[in-house]
Ligand binder design. Sequence first.
Ligand code: C2E
Ligand code: MG
Ligand code: MG
Ligand code: MG
Length: 279
Amino acid sequence: LLRLADEAMYRAKRAERDGTDPDMEPLAADLSDAVRNGQLRVHYQPIATLPDGRIVGVEALVRWEHPQRGTVPPLSFIPLAEETGAIREIGAWVLSQACRQVAAWRADGHDLHLAVNVSPRQLEPGLAERVFAELSAAGLAYRDLIVEVTESVRVEDPVAVDQLRRLHERGVRIALDDFGTGYSTLRYLTALPVDILKIDRSFVAKLDGTPEGAAVAETVLRLSQMMHLETVAEGVESPGQAAELAGLGCVNAQGFHFARPMPADEVSGLLSEQDPASV
Ligand code: C2E
Ligand code: MG
Ligand code: MG
Ligand code: MG
C-alpha cells in the first residue's frame, strides 16, 4: 500500500512538473494497442489560398477514438506517444492513410497537397526512405507532400537534419510549424532545409488592424519573401484576420474561418462543391 501511495505521489509530482495529467498515465498502455485495434482516425483540415479561400491542400491531424474516454485530442496523447516511442507506429499509420486519401482526391481531379506532422522522435535513420516508399505506393509525387516539423527538432541532431535533407533533396517540402514560438527560431532557418514557414496562430490572433498587432506576422512574411520561402498562416478564425493577412501578401491560410479539421468524406463534399465534375 505504501508503495502504491508512493507511486501516486511520484506521478502527481511528475505531472505537476511536466504539466501532464496523472490520469493520462494509464493511457500509455492503451496507446500501444490503439493502432492495432483500429482506434485512430485521420481528420483533414483544408489549407486555402487568400483571398479567395480555394482549397489547395490538407493537413492530416490524428484523432484517437478511445473506447472509454471518447475522442482524445492529439495534444493529450502525442506527447505520451513521443515518450513511449509509439509515435513511430502512429506516424507511419497516419502517413499511409493520408497518402492514400489524398491520392484518391487527386484521382478525382482535385489538385491537393498533403501536409503531415512529424515528431522529432520519427526523424531516425530510414525515415526518408519509408516516406518515399509510401508516396510511391500511393502514387503521389514528392512535390505533393509537406513534412511539418516544429522547433522541437534539435538542430544539433545530425540524424534528424540528415533525414530532413534527404526528403528536401527529392522535393518533399519541409514546413516549420508554429513558427516563432521556439527558443532560437531564426537558427532553424539556416540549420534546416526549410521550404515553408507556418505563422503560429498566436501571432494571427494578434492581428487587430494596428501595425503593432501585425508586427510579427508581417515580419515572418517579409522574412519568407527574402528567403524565397512559402508561408501559411495558422489559426485564421475571422474574415478580418483573413483580409489583413491577404493585405500583408500572405497567400496560404488555414483555420476555423475556412474549415475545421474534419473526416475525409466531409472534405470530399467541400471539394466537389469547389470543383464540380466537368464531364
Ligand atoms: P499543429 O500541427 O499546429 O496543427 C494545428 C492545430 O490547430 C490543430 O489542432 C487544429 O485543429 C488547430 N486549429 C486549426 N485551425 C484553428 C483555428 O482557427 N483556431 C484554433 N484555436 N485552432 C485551430 P489538433 O488537431 O488538436 O492538433 C494539435 C497538435 O497535435 C498539432 O498541431 C500537431 O502538433 C499535433 N499532431 C496532430 N496530429 C499529429 C500527427 O499525426 N503526428 C504528430 N507527430 N503530431 C500531430
Ligand atoms: Mg502541423
Ligand atoms: Mg501548427
Ligand atoms: Mg500548433
